[in-house]
Design a protein around this ligand. Sequence first.
Ligand code: MYA
Length: 486
Amino acid sequence: MKAADDAEDEASNGGGGNNHDEAAEILSDLVQNQMSIRSINDNSQLFEAQTTALQQLLQQGGASAAAKQQAIHSIFDDAAANGDGEKKHLFWDTQPMLSLNDANNNSNTSNNNNSSLPDPNWHKPIVPDKEKSELRQEPYNMPKGFEWCEMDITDADQRTEIYDLLYQNYVEDDDGCFRFDYSRDFLTWALTPPGYLKQFHLGVRSCKSSRLMALITAVPAKVRVYGVEKNMAEVNFLCVHRKLRSKRLAPVLIKEITRRVNYTGVFQAVYTAGVKLPGSVASCRYYHRTLDARKLVEIGFTRLAPRMTMARMQKLFKVPADPITKGLRPMTPEDVPAAHKLVVKYLEKFKLSVVFSEDEFAHWLLPRKGVVSSFVRVNDDGYITDFCSYYHLHSSVLGNPKHNTLNAAYCFYNVAATVSLTALVKDCLILAKNEEMDVFTALNLMENDQFLEELKFGMGDGNLQYYVYNWFCPTMTHNDVGIVLL
Ligand code: MYA
């Protein structure tokens, strides 16, 4: 009872109580909550073992909130690290990726390496760049009955084809309750940054019906890894129609996009996946902040913790009606030069980060309704001092009689200079709630660890692995990551 009452107090003062016992109680409730929060991700099979370990931890009692939180982290990190084990990968073992041995041998270097200076033994391509003439000149062969196509995302019909393929076949949670539903506007945004190329929006059609059956995309980006800046491709939206699964089509898509990217003189790529494949450089975890408790319970995204009623849960997760930070307002085109400087400078502190040009920053961060929301804080002298943003990625709710869509905001890039990151993200929760979001999701990358507990995020059941293709570098921890992929 006490925990619930305290939680109500927490809710009414917006969180952030100081008392350790109270915090431990509340954490216990949140952990119960965490155990049922789903991440829509392509690998959450580890979840059962993690849940058992968490239950044991909770039964122990006595530990402080901080100790419990620490223990929770290690349970999930160990599970993530063990996810792939010694598994053989017919395709990935042939690719220029960091091997498990490289990563293990290097873990000491990784932990102690705070320098941004490149180490001559690392920080280089695994396979050297090739001249155009040395590259395969013709596309890889498609299985009989299928053909390659380049998709034009600016064409409404082709955009709908991409939308439909992903809407019906893209990433689901393990139980098949939720599937990402990237909107058409979102897809246009994601696939048209400055310098994008149509030949990197690669589809596979059935020759007979002309129907789009598979997709893989790449867009250009400058990425910094341990201080080395490289032009790379960001690879995303790998999708094979469910009727064509397990036929080794994915490796052909990956090889063909690699060939096309290589042809433009680019030999590195960055991508994320829920599955643990060879060569991951970092493992991040999803955290979710409930905004609409009733809906999340009704769709099975989360559940009522023991000792919790719906009314209490709603109160626990209630947010103020309006943002609190003085001077916070949506970013406008005039703000871009100053906001760009602020964000780019901030991202220098991470081992893996994006390096935005001003044009790229404008593309990725200027607000687009229903796609991306960005805010600047302007001080009394008119200077931009802080920045925060989130993007809108909804999911289909599968087989629920009452709800079709889960409206989710995803934490994007934030820079807190004159207020705390917690205060800034708390305002994001409020703004997202006012944009009808049901949940606010964040990865534990960059400095996000700072606000997760205080703002009542619950740990999700999915990890997100970060990969750098064809780059020999030490692995890193989640808070070394300063790039968010869509
Ligand atoms: S992550 C999102 C991935 N998409 C989904 O999860 C949507 C739903 N699932 C599907 O559509 C299919 O299951 C997919 C696999 C297409 C995922 N990334 O054809 P298969 C390997 C990389 O028989 P299918 C995103 O978009 C698997 O380990 N590889 O399998 C980023 C096995 O290889 P190996 C993956 O189930 C994408 C092989 O595929 C993934 O029919 C980054 C089996 O092929 C995955 N997520 O199709 C791509 N899942 O035997 C890499 C499975 O070796 C880019 N596999 O274990 C690399 C950089 C390229 C550019 C480089 C330029 C320099």
